[in-house]
Design a protein around this ligand. Sequence first.
Ligand SMILES: [Zn+2]
Length: 312
Amino acid sequence: MEKIRVYSHSACLSKENGEGHPERKERLESVLESIQMIDDRSIEIKEAPLAQFKEINLVHPQPYLEEIFSMIPSHGLVGVEKEPYADTLLCPESKEAILRACGSGISASKDLMDGSSKRVFCAVRPPGHHAETSRVNGFCFLNNAAVAARFLQSRYKIKKVAIIDFDVHHGNGTQEIFYEDDTVLYGSIHQHPLFPGTGLETETGVGNIFNAPIEAGTSSEAFLKTFKEKILVHVDHFKPEVIIISAGFDAHKRDPLATINLNSEDYFTMTQDIIEIANRHSKGRVISFLEGGYDLLALSESIQSHFKGLSL
Ligand SMILES: [Zn+2]
């Protein structure tokens, strides 16, 4: 039974997106309440630090960061993307939330490598998997998972990192960042067609990208089968030294942004399968980042299942 370390911060609750926006602070509140229901002998909650620019620059160039932070308003909200994606917004508290969401992955990486924890969950927002090298997208500014992967490689002697993305949307940002980098495997299962529109099976990078697009209405059984056969098989073969999960819970049947039919328990099955590979090849080292998931009850239940899997 592995203890799970959790990074979060109150600043991640201060990020506002305005009335009616699906990426709202209640999501993280629901996740944190669910985590607090778990026996505290099996979890340890810590404050996420601010990511340093030199760490973020491993993925995102400095002019990109300066541009984002220069747009932060002193009051109200400002949209960063152009139509039709005008729903990626900055509010006055955005900078700290963005830096702490990214910083959680830096601390998580250090924990894995100094042996203080093998399983770390980053309960943060804004999410990251749509953020490209120099492009804000889909509620995401910095690609938290990608920065952690590059940090592990640059600070430690880690060569191969696998990023497994079971959020219902394709992680176009993570794919773009590692498209020509065979030291990082990116595997994503996602509803297609759906935002952001990328993630076809023909998008293979340098043989390191594995996409499993699935149709609207896909059943839980079919989803789990595809996840194993089109994603996990390749991760197992790759033998990663660390596994990073982009854990979105929006393929849940209750989620309002997609139409896949996962049950809360399915997140246990998927996590269990990932942990089995991590224990075989990666010394059990796993970092999981909260990405999407927009139904509060689904989030709360799915987190319980995910943690049950992470603790194996
Ligand atoms: Zn999503």
